[in-house]
Design a binder for this molecule. Structure first.
Ligand code: FAD
Ligand code: DLZ
Ligand code: SF4
Length: 532
């Protein structure tokens, strides 16, 4: 009798807690591609292709290390289509006396797994996911007794705990946070490096194959291309009705490739990451961001190695403090903070709807056909790449959903579908907490609402828009302008006491009745058209 270790698609790490608890010569690992997981929301085609390819590679590297792996492909004839069905199928063989898993990232999967012990009548060990830098219990302790949770204070604790950018007990440079230096608008002539592209890397490897010594590398590259081609064909056939473009496919799919992405970022983009963190440019989806969330979230990269690589760039003088601190804060601060909030508040967090928003998601979120150029650009890029950077998600796509009063469950579903880095533990707090303020201020101190002038300042989108960002009312006015004030007016009872919005309410109150009527009328006309 042996143990069965079940590894999920976002657990592709050799450091995984379940792997530390099994005996490679005796125990068996199960990995499976299942229909239910790929369709409980209709994930972007690139996301499915990325995960299945990365899973197949990870299974191969586990075997190379001597583990016994049973890998179930989506089109295996016996595949039952669900995690539970696949685990049950193996347990029915009678070869196993214990099931070992690392805690899944999503509440719904954990809730299922917690039934398995009684369902299968065998011990099920659900081990903590130690790849995160703050355990669920540690976060609970930190949050306990606090009236308000704020990322900034949590982040400081994490900096101290891991001694990141610290000198004795003080932050290097004397400040914890350099965000104020990280808001430069994009300037003309920025030289943005090309992002990592797997096909380029594979080509380079096979070009070197004329030298005999490089032949194993070329063979590996070819085998890897075969895995990818198989998965691309599968996704094209089985998920043709899902959102987004499958090809070109350029994501890294192995740990060594993901490490190349990280190294490229540290060398080429990190020096500018801070300055241009909030900047958006038409035709430049990748900017100076790291594009590592796909790999961090499925386990190909570990948070601390990314943080240390950035810290090292500061120590060696290749990147400035504002850039490195800004990047570290995203991973050591925001990423851990949103995960802590998720586990602290689920399952009720999912139901939160502070503004009682009910509007359906406008159809242009699926096809990008809208005259609002900022939205058109961000949605088109999302379709192509299954990626948009943070400010596009927050201040364009999210800001619009907030101002238009779109129902949280519809916005959440969209964000979970369209990004290759989306898993509920990270997507839900960002959507319900950060963009929609649906939790009433549990995660963020005020709604991230803004009019067109913010988008105009931080991007070049407005120059090519049919609307005029400087016009506040009427058919040519930028819709963000009147929707912003209408949002504040509509939600006055819920927001007026928020001291961070005091100035805005004073401005609203100083407006003439005529102006306020125009704002309301324009908003109604616009929103009615949206619904139609
Ligand atoms: P960078 O800008 O280079 O940042 C570095 C890393 O920091 C990221 O890879 C990510 O791991 C982490 N990070 C940065 N901001 C956040 C954040 N707010 N929350 C958690 N981690 C963060 N991130 C996801 O990983 N999955 C999601 O499903 C997701 N949904 C989002 C939805 C909305 C509405 C918003 C506003 C943000 C969302 N984010 C999500 C956070 C952030 O936008 C992405 O992590 C980031 O854009 C990924 O690109 P990058 O790797 O180039 O990040
Ligand atoms: C996202 C995803 C998809 C599309 N498919 C699978 C799959 O077939 N098999 C699998 O093990 N994992 C998949 N995943 C990732 C899971 O959704 C993820 O592991 C859970 O949501 C827990 O975070
Ligand atoms: Fe977006 Fe308004 Fe600018 Fe058009 S004018 S791109 S709608 S912010």
């Amino acid at each position: 009798m042996s143990n069965l270790c079940f590894i999920l698609g976002d657990q592709l790490s050799f450091s995984l807690s379940s792997l530390q608890h099994i005996n490679p010569t005796q125990d068996v690992i199960l990995m499976c591609e299942v229909w239910d997981e790929a369709t409980y929301v209709k994930h972007h085609k690139k996301k499915i292709a990325f995960l299945f390819t990365a899973m197949r590679h990870f299974a191969a590297s586990l075997r190379e290390k001597g583990y016994q792996v049973i890998y179930i492909r989506l089109d295996d004839p016996e595949n039952t289509g669900s995690f539970q069905g696949e685990v049950q199928r193996l347990l029915q063989t009678g070869h196993y006396n214990r099931l070992i898993v690392t805690q899944p990232g999503e509440y719904r999967v954990l809730a299922d797994m917690q039934q398995w012990q009684s369902l299968f009548n065998l011990p099920v060990d659900i081990l903590p996911d130690t790849r995160f830098l703050c355990s669920i219990e540690e976060f609970q302790q930190w949050a306990q007794g606090r009236k308000q949770l704020r990322m900034e204070y949590f982040y400081r604790e994490m900096r101290k705990k891991y001694r990141i950018l610290m000198q004795n007990d003080e932050p290097i440079g004397g400040q914890w946070n350099y965000d104020a230096e990280n808001r430069k608008p994009p300037r003309k002539g920025l030289n943005i490096p090309a992002p990592y592209s797997r096909s380029n890397e594979a080509q380079q490897k096979s070009q070197h194959s004329s030298q005999p010594i490089a032949q194993p590398i070329a063979q590996q590259a070819m085998a890897s291309q075969t895995i990818l081609q198989d998965v691309l064909a599968l996704v094209a056939k089985r998920f043709s009705d899902h959102f987004g473009d499958l090809e070109p496919f350029y994501f890294a799919v192995t740990r060594s490739e993901a490490l190349e992405v990280l190294a490229q970022f540290i060398q080429q983009r990190l020096p500018y990451f801070g300055d241009y963190q909030d900047a958006m440019l038409q035709g430049e989806p990748w900017m100076y961001h790291s594009h590592i969330s796909f790999y961090l979230n499925c386990g190909l990269l570990e948070p601390l190695e990314c943080i240390h690589a950035a810290e090292q760039a500061y120590f060696s003088g290749t990147a400035s403090l504002n850039a490195v601190e800004g990047f570290v804060r995203q991973i050591l601060g925001w990423r851990e903070y949103v995960r802590g909030i998720y586990w602290l508040t689920m399952p009720t967090y999912k139901e939160a709807n502070f503004f009682e928003a009910t509007r359906p998601l406008p159809s242009f979120y699926w096809h990008a056909k809208t005259d609002m150029n900022c939205l058109h650009q961000c949605i088109s890029e999302t379709q192509r790449h299954a990626y948009a950077h943070h400010i596009q998600r927050l201040m364009v796509l999210g800001n619009f959903a907030l101002l238009a009063g779109i129902a949280p469950h519809e916005v959440n579903e969209w964000f979970l579908i369209v990004y290759a880095d989306a898993y509920e533990w990270v997507e839900l707090p960002n959507v319900s907490g950060m963009i929609l303020f649906a939790d009433g201020g549990y995660l963020a101190s005020k709604p991230y609402a803004a009019g067109g002038s913010y988008i105009n300042k931080m991007s070049d989108y407005c120059k090519q828009c049919r609307y005029k960002v400087t016009v506040k009312n009427g058919p040519d006015a930028c819709p963000f302008n009147y929707l912003y004030w209408d949002f504040l007016a509509r939600n006055r009872a819920k927001l007026q006491s928020n001291h961070r919005l005091g100035m805005m309410y004073k401005t609203l109150d100083r407006m003439s009745d005529e102006k306020r009527r125009a704002i309301q009328q324009d908003s109604q006309i616009f929103l009615n058209q949206l619904d139609a």
